[in-house]
Design a protein around this ligand. Structure first.
Ligand code: PLP
Length: 470
C-alpha cells in the first residue's frame, strides 16, 4: 500500500471507529456466534497474491465484527471493564505508526523516559511511596510473575537463577486471589503444592492471623516462606485484603509482599477511597491495570517495586549485542520484565492522563462508584434478591434468593437467570462462586455506561427472574 492509499484508508478506519463507538449499543453485547462459525468463513490457506484493502476491510466488517464481543458497550457488566477512550486509541495509532521497539533506552529514548515520567505521575496520583519505581508491563499476570521470581531470588540469595529451583519455597495467597497468582507460582517453579491458600473472613478478605499461623507451621516443617500475594479488589467480589496487617507479618518474617490491585488500583486516586490502600509502605511490589478501569486500552499494566535493583538482578541477562554506550546512565526496561521487545505503551497512558487530568479521572471513577451504589440500593429494596459481598467500588455481587430454596436449587436458579439475562443481548454479566454459591457479578466501569443502562439491566434481571417463578 502506498502512502496515498494509506491516508485514504486511514481516514476510512477512523470514520469506522467513530461510527462503531457511537453505535456500539446497537450490537448484541456478546457475540452471537457458535464455536467454529468464524473459522469456517475464512480460507484454510493463505492468499497467494495480495488483496485489495477494500476487500479485506469488507471481510473485517462482515466476518470479524459478528464474532466480536463488545467490551466498549455501555451494557458491559461482565468480568471487569477494559475500557478504552478516543485519546488512548489515537495514541495507539501513533504507537503503531512509529513502530518503535522500546527494549532499551537507546532504541527509543523518549519511550523510556516517558514511561518513567508517567509511572511517576501515577505513583503520585495513587499516593504510593515516593521511593518506588515503576515500569509498564503487558498484564498484571506478567507483573505478578516478576514479583514471584524476584521474591524467589531474594529468598535464595539469587541461587535459583544459577542452580535451579529448591523444592521448599512457599507462596501465600487467599482463596480469593486471582488465578494469575497460581499461574505465576507454577511458572516461577514454586509448584502448586507449595502454594498455601489462606482462608478469608466474612468479607472475603484474607485472614492475617491464619496467614501467620500457616507461615509458622511451614517454617517449623522446613519450608522457606517466600512470598505473599495480597489482593486489593479481588476478582470475584472486590474484597480488600488487610495489607497493613499482612505487611507487618511480612516485614517481621522477611517475606516478599506483592500487592495485586489490578482492578481496584485506580480508585486510590480518590481521597475518599484512599483508606482502602493503607499499609503500602511495607509492600515490596504492587501492580494495577490502567487497561481495566482507567480508559487506556488493553494492554497497559503498571508495576511498581520498592527496590528495582532486586528486580533487574533477578531478570537481567546481558548479551553483547544489547549493550549500549549509555547503559550506566539510563533505565533499560528490558531488564524490568519478562519480554525483551517492548511496545511503546506509555504514550497512550500519557494521552489519557493529560487529556482527562486528575480531576477528570476522579469524576470518571466516581460516576461508576455511584452507579454501583445506585444498583446496590435497587437490590437492597427488593425482597427476592440479596447482596452477597460488600461493594466498595464498581463491582456488585448479588443473587436471587427468595428464602424458599435450598442451596442447590438456588444455584440452578441463578445459573439459569444469568443465561436468560445475557440471552437478552442488551447487557452482559458474568458469575463467580463465593463460598461455593453461584453468584452474579455486575461490574460497572464502562466509559459510556449511564444510570439508564444500570436501570435497564435491573429491569431485565427482574423480568427474567419473574418469568422463572411459578
Ligand atoms: N488480578 C486481578 C485481581 C484481576 O482481577 C485480574 C483480571 O481480571 C488479573 C489479576 C489479571 O490481569 P491481567 O489480564 O492483566 O493479567
Amino acid at each position: 500500500m502506498n502512502l496515498d492509499d494509506f491516508r485514504k484508508n486511514g481516514y476510512a478506519v477512523v470514520d469506522w471507529i467513530c461510527d462503531y463507538l457511537e453505535q456500539v449499543e446497537k450490537y448484541p453485547v456478546k457475540a452471537r456466534v457458535k464455536p467454529g462459525d468464524i473459522k469456517k468463513q475464512l480460507p484454510g490457506t493463505p492468499p497467494a497474491r495480495g488483496e485489495e484493502m477494500d476487500t479485506i476491510f469488507q471481510d473485517f466488517k462482515d466476518i470479524i465484527i459478528p464474532g466480536i464481543t463488545h467490551w466498549q458497550h455501555p451494557g458491559w457488566f461482565a468480568y471487569f471493564p477494559a475500557n478504552n477512550s478516543p485519546e488512548s486509541i489515537l495514541a495507539e495509532f501513533l504507537t503503531a505508526g512509529l513502530g518503535a521497539q522500546c527494549m532499551v533506552w537507546a532504541t527509543s529514548p523518549a519511550a523510556t523516559e516517558l514511561e518513567e515520567v508517567v509511572a511517576g505521575w501515577m505513583r503520585q496520583m495513587l499516593g504510593l511511596p515516593p521511593e518506588w519505581s515503576g515500569v509498564i508491563q503487558d498484564t498484571a499476570s506478567s507483573a505478578t510473575l516478576c514479583a514471584l521470581i524476584t521474591a524467589r531470588e531474594k529468598a535464595t540469595d539469587f541461587k535459583v537463577n544459577e542452580q535451579g529451583m529448591e523444592k521448599n519455597l512457599t507462596v501465600y495467597v487467599s482463596h480469593e486471589a486471582h488465578s494469575s497468582a497460581e499461574k505465576g507460582a507454577k511458572i516461577a517453579g514454586f509448584g502448586r503444592d507449595n502454594i498455601r491458600y489462606i482462608p478469608t473472613d466474612e468479607k472475603f478478605a484474607l485472614q492475617a492471623e491464619e496467614l501467620e499461623r500457616q507461615i509458622v507451621e511451614d517454617k517449623a516443617r522446613g519450608f522457606i516462606p517466600t512470598a505473599v500475594i495480597a489482593t486489593l479488589g479481588t476478582t470475584s467480589s472486590g474484597a480488600f485484603d488487610p495489607v497493613p496487617d499482612i505487611g507487618k507479618i511480612c516485614q517481621r518474617r522477611k517475606i516478599w509482599l506483592h500487592v495485586d490491585a489490578a482492578y481496584a488500583g485506580p480508585a486510590a486516586i480518590l481521597p475518599e477511597k484512599r483508606h482502602l490502600f493503607q499499609g503500602l509502605e511495607n509492600v515490596d511490589s504492587f501492580v494495577f491495570n490502567p487497561h481495566k478501569w482507567l480508559l487506556t486500552n488493553f494492554d497497559c499494566s503498571l508495576y511498581y517495586v520498592r527496590d528495582p535493583e532486586l528486580l533487574t538482578r533477578s531478570l537481567a541477562v546481558d548479551p553483547e549485542y544489547l549493550k549500549t554506550a549509555h547503559d550506566k546512565e539510563v533505565k533499560n526496561y528490558r531488564d524490568w520484565g519478562i519480554q525483551l521487545g517492548r511496545r511503546f505503551r506509555a504514550l497512550k497512558l500519557w494521552f489519557v492522563l493529560r487529556s482527562y487530568g486528575v480531576k477528570g479521572l476522579q469524576e470518571f471513577l466516581r460516576k461508576h462508584i455511584s452507579l454501583a451504589e445506585f444498583f446496590k440500593n435497587l437490590i437492597a429494596e427488593e425482597d427476592n434478591f440479596e447482596l452477597v459481598a460488600p461493594a466498595e467500588l464498581g463491582l456488585v455481587c448479588f443473587r436471587f434468593n427468595d428464602g424458599q430454596k435450598g442451596s442447590l436449587e438456588l444455584d440452578e436458579f441463578n445459573q439459569e437467570l444469568l443465561q436468560r439475562i445475557n440471552g437478552r443481548e442488551e447487557v452482559f454479566l458474568t458469575h463467580t462462586l463465593l463460598r461455593d454459591n453461584f453468584i452474579l457479578r455486575m461490574a460497572i466501569g464502562q466509559r459510556t455506561t449511564e444510570e439508564k443502562h444500570v436501570t435497564r439491566a435491573w429491569e431485565i434481571i427482574k423480568e427474567e427472574a419473574q418469568k422463572m417463578q411459578p
